[in-house]
Design a protein around this ligand. Structure first.
Ligand SMILES: [Zn+2]
Ligand SMILES: [Zn+2]
Length: 139
């Protein structure tokens, strides 16, 4: 179980996280997080303080992003259906043991921003083929 919070501490949460950190360079994540968004898949996400300050914006057909309405810190990326959440790496209080494992939209990665750690890499086309809902899929 790990705990996390926004910059002003108004919103606090706890969750069980994976140890793999995913890094996304898509333009949406760049706009949202300034550079890459670094996220950690989590289960049992629970807001422990400041739920009134947690705002959730629907940012695409299938995803939404959570942030603190007091300080603006990004807290998570969430896909309600089928239901998964990736908490913002930087919002975690303790990130020991977490390692980058995959980089998404590497063809959108700003020049000179390669990670020192070798990870799996996926281009935009590979990400869309892998993640986007496909026509004919069962709901
Ligand atoms: Zn805050
Ligand atoms: Zn992204």
């Amino acid at each position: 179980m790990r705990t996390g919070q926004c910059l002003c501490s108004a919103v606090q949460y706890r969750a069980q996280t994976a140890e793999a950190v995913s890094v996304c360079y898509c333009k949406m994540c760049q706009r949202w997080a300034s550079g890459a968004f670094m996220g950690v898949m989590a289960e049992g996400f629970e807001v422990t303080a400041g739920s009134a300050h947690l705002k959730v914006a629907k940012t695409s057909e299938w995803a939404e992003r959570g942030f603190c309405d007091q300080c603006g810190s990004n807290l998570f990326y969430r896909v309600p259906e089928p239901g998964y959440i990736s908490v913002a790496f930087g919002s975690l209080d303790d990130t020991s043991g977490l390692q980058p494992s995959v980089q998404y939209y590497v063809d959108k990665r700003p020049e000179g921003f390669a990670l020192a750690t070798k990870t799996k890499e996926m281009t935009e086309a590979e990400c869309v083929a892998f993640f986007a809902p496909k026509e004919g899929d069962q709901p």
